[in-house]
Design a protein around this ligand. Structure first.
Ligand code: GGG
Length: 352
């Protein structure tokens, strides 16, 4: 197979972890006789430095022309320490998702038995954790009108959802549940929010077309608790943009590190793959960031294009690195292995 892949490393540790992903993709290309070509482009603070905008036109052009995008991370301390900056690196990522129509963000949360000790939760509780979060990605409060009163004392963020926005991701989530354990949990705040009440109505109506899938509805506060008390209860979680952002970070703690969770963002025409974690500015350039979330995102990319065996080979190589304890310090505090060493090890074991 031939694929044109756009590489948007972004800020912080993004470019470093992306380098390791490309090594793995190249190992896949050589082992399975594929041809992947790459185009790099700037986004986020890195783009602002050069072009004064977090999403330059040339980046968008490269993204639109690619078959798939690999994204790194976004955000820097400069902007985190100055939250009122009118232009922010994160706007680049949000606009990119909107321009590409990437409305479904799929975040698998799966416990790897080799590193179960890394979870801060009880082993008996987290063993077998295997759920997927379907996060709506191009609507809701992240995209609604934002206002600050002239005197700076009153702020507004509008949250809007349409039936269409809810039903297109709900269909994807129900179809995924059908292929898994046939359980879908809708997470919302329908006792307070009008948008959540619309989510419930639309999802309940749609569930009639998926009689084999059991639907349950949980409020976000309860879901956050249940996720910690009983993570194996969950199969597919369907939720909005903001709740999905938060719940997935909680998911990464359950399985032992923020450096482990991959994600796929899917639209009608485009697709992008990125680690769930952020830019970890303190680790930038120190060769200590965990590349696994980014590498597992390439496994999702391969699976998306039907390369199932290739995807499995990447996951198997990652698990081999866990077994051999070739991991970064977030997984094993005493580990001296760096980002590049772990990436090399995984890439070298893809053709085992
Ligand atoms: N790789 C994910 C990343 O860089 N996250 C930083 C961030 O601010 N993300 C906002 C979001 O996912 O909506």
């Amino acid at each position: 197979m031939q694929l044109k892949i756009a590489l948007l490393g972004g800020d912080g540790i993004g470019p470093e972890v992306l380098t390791e992903s490309v090594k793995c993709l190249q190992a896949v290309a050589e082992t399975f006789d594929h041809s992947f070509t790459y185009s790099k482009a700037l986004i986020g603070a890195a783009a602002m430095k050069k072009f004064r905008t977090p999403l330059p036109d040339q980046t968008l052009e490269i993204a639109l022309e690619a078959d798939a995008l690999l994204f790194g991370t976004i955000g820097t301390l400069q902007y985190d320490n100055n939250p009122s900056s009118p232009i922010r690196p994160e706007q680049g990522l949000l606009r990119l998702r909107k321009e590409l129509g990437l409305y479904a963000n799929i975040r698998p949360v799966k416990m790897f038995p080799e590193i179960i000790k890394n979870s801060p939760l009880d082993r008996a509780l987290v063993s077998g954790t295997d759920f997927e979060i379907y996060r709506e990605l191009t609507g809701g409060i992240y995209y609604g009108e934002k206002k600050l009163s002239d005197d700076g004392t009153v702020a507004t963020d509008i949250c809007t959802y349409s039936e269409k926005e809810i039903s297109r991701i709900a269909h994807k989530a129900f179809k995924a549940a059908k292929k898994r354990r046939k359980k879908l949990t809708l997470v919302d705040k329908a006792n307070v929010l009008e948008t959540s009440r619309l989510w419930r109505r639309v999802v309940k109506t749609l569930s009639e077309s998926y009689p084999e899938v059991t639907l349950e509805c949980l409020y976000i506060d309860n879901a956050a608790v249940q996720l910690l008390l009983n993570p194996t209860h969950f199969d597919i979680i369907l939720t909005d943009n903001m709740f999905g952002d938060m719940l997935s970070d909680q998911g990464s703690v359950i399985i032992g590190s923020q450096g482990l969770l991959p994600s796929a963002s899917i639209g009608e025409k485009h697709c992008m793959f990125e680690p769930v974690h952020g830019s970890y500015p303190k680790a930038e350039g120190k060769n200590k960031a965990n590349p696994v979330a980014s590498i597992l995102s390439t496994a999702l990319l391969l699976g998306h294009f039907g390369m199932k065996e290739e995807s499995r080979a990447v996951i198997a190589a990652v698990r081999k690195s866990f077994k051999k304890k070739i991991v970064t310090p977030d997984i094993l505090g005493s580990s001296k292995y760096g980002t590049d060493y772990v990436g090399d090890f995984i890439a070298d074991h893809i053709n085992d």
